[in-house]
Design a protein. Structure first.
Length: 148
């Protein structure tokens, strides 16, 4: 019984990084965010560093959520901003990014949501749901005979 439990936990632990690697993340270069927003895309921008454990936990949660709901990966553009490199640049200062491990959702000229230093799966899912709702416009409904 213990062996079966151990193998199940091991398989789940090994699978999480695989999901995280499926996230198609673009590394930030100057102008990338403006370019993608102008194209009408919904962005989840991840201000991160390679050494940040909270950032790594957030990445694992994002990967797991995409594994559970591929619509996130299909409809949201993920952009990674290296906070060590861009901490004092407009991409961070204009949006008042306080620290690494900040996730924001952008659409058009608007910031739709933000999480700071929170690796909670629930909080990240709520943020990604906000992004998905913005990325997938609702189809207009046609009035039925009972509506008239």
């Amino acid at each position: 019984m213990l062996r079966r439990t151990f193998l199940t936990v091991l398989a789940a632990t090994v699978a999480l990084p695989v999901f995280a690697d499926e996230v198609k993340t673009l590394d930030y270069t100057p102008g990338l965010i403006k370019e993608r927003l102008a194209a009408g895309e919904t962005l989840l921008v991840d201000y991160t560093t390679d050494w940040c454990t909270t950032c790594a936990a957030q990445k694992r949660q994002i990967g797991a959520l995409i594994g559970e709901n591929p619509a996130y990966g299909e409809n949201i553009t993920f952009i990674r901003v290296d906070f060590d490199e861009y901490r004092r640049h407009a991409v961070s200062t204009d949006r008042k990014i306080p620290r690494r491990s900040t996730l924001i959702v952008l659409k058009g000229e608007d910031e739709l949501g933000r999480i700071v230093a929170n690796p909670s799966k629930t909080a990240i899912q709520e943020l990604m749901d906000t992004a998905l709702a913005a990325a997938t416009p609702k189809e207009p409904t046609t009035p039925t005979a009972s509506d008239t």
